[in-house]
Design a protein around this ligand. Structure first.
Ligand code: F6P
Length: 326
């Protein structure tokens, strides 16, 4: 018998476009199934400090198109301590919240796994991160919107790069994952992507210079994943200045604008399907799984797998970028 009567929803870690669509989907699907729903503000912090409100369907009206998260978000240090998690559990008990849906990335789902195990609470995770670095899902909520934002920015930078015949290193987010850099490079017709996944195997900058930039143009765009492993755009530009002074090099760091904006149709649909699937999972007595999507089918990925931090880069993408940037 399913004993869950009420569900708490929170967003945690870096925000991602589509989180609101996910909050809406979980709220509506849960109310449709007869659950009570509580919105928890500021991630795990709101659970510790009881920043919680009961949600009706109206609380999530007119939000599917909005970037950011109406629930606010935080990276909560206290939740990393046993005392913090005990407080969070006490608040859940007091409020009568039986289960949680946590929308966030790697760190947030790691917290969810520990909390679920410690107190035997059913928790379902939704992959909400622009980084796309969660294992067991083809894509994460916010990734497609961020990719489109990167593409638009690179299109603009290309105008000035071409006019001045410059080499541009454009740094994109990803927290040690190269998905945004690699697919952003393909989508914007960039010459190369420098990503952490292959940094230990090859000196990507030397390779790039050795192979020569695109012959038909004097300007070049290289997307760089932020990461100490790649050196980031600044580190690479410094190397070029020292090792290849003949290049006129510039840097552009796209930063947090990649996290903003109205979600694309793809992210809205993904978030809606995943939010509804989270409620289905609770109805099926599943716990401690992240909702994923594989070949357009919803999947249920145990937290331990989702956060194991080794989602592979598709080699076909690397080869495509290399062949198309001659
Ligand atoms: O995980 C999402 C992300 O945007 C990463 O790509 C980036 O490294 C990080 O968050 C930045 O975090 P903050 O906004 O806390 O500086």
């Amino acid at each position: 018998m399913n004993k869950i009567k009420s569900i708490g929803i929170l967003t945690s870690g870096g925000d991602a476009p589509g989180m609101n669509a996910a909050v809406r989907a979980v709220t509506r699907a849960a109310i449709f199934a007869g659950f009570k729903v509580f919105g928890i503000y500021r991630g795990y912090r709101g659970l510790i400090y009881d920043e919680i409100e009961e949600f009706s369907t109206q609380n999530v009206s007119n939000i599917i198109q909005r970037g950011g998260t109406i629930l606010k978000t935080a990276r909560c240090k206290e939740f990393q301590t046993e005392e913090g998690r005990q407080c969070a559990y006490d608040v859940m008990k007091r409020r009568g919240i039986d289960a949680l849906v946590v929308i966030g990335g790697d760190g947030s789902l790691t917290g969810a796994r520990i909390f679920a195990n410690e107190f035997s609470i059913p928790i379902i995770g939704l992959p909400g991160t622009i980084d796309n670095d969660l294992y067991g899902t083809d894509t994460t909520i916010g990734y497609d919107t961020a990719l489109n934002t990167i593409m638009e920015c690179v299109d603009k930078i290309r105008d000035t790069a071409t006019s001045h015949e410059r080499l541009f290193f454009i740094e994109v987010m990803g927290r040690d994952a190269g998905f945004l850099a690699l697919n952003g490079a393909i989508a914007s017709g960039a010459e190369a992507a420098i990503i952490p996944e292959i940094s230990t195997q090859v000196d990507q900058l030397s390779e790039l210079i050795k192979n020569g930039f695109r012959k038909s143009k004097n300007s070049s765009i290289v997307l760089v994943a932020e990461s100490p492993i790649t050196g980031g755009a600044m580190g690479l530009a410094q190397r070029v200045k020292e090792e290849y002074p003949e290049y006129d090099v510039r840097v552009s760091i796209l930063g947090h604008l990649q996290r903003g904006g109205s979600p694309t149709a793809h992210d809205r649909i993904l978030a809606s399907r995943m939010g509804a699937a989270a409620v289905d999972a609770l109805l099926d007595d599943q716990r401690n799984v992240m909702i994923g999507i594989k070949n357009d089918e919803i999947t249920y990925v145990p937290f331990t797998k989702a956060i194991k931090n080794d989602k592979p880069i598709n080699q076909d993408l690397l080869s495509t970028l290399r062949r198309l940037s001659i």
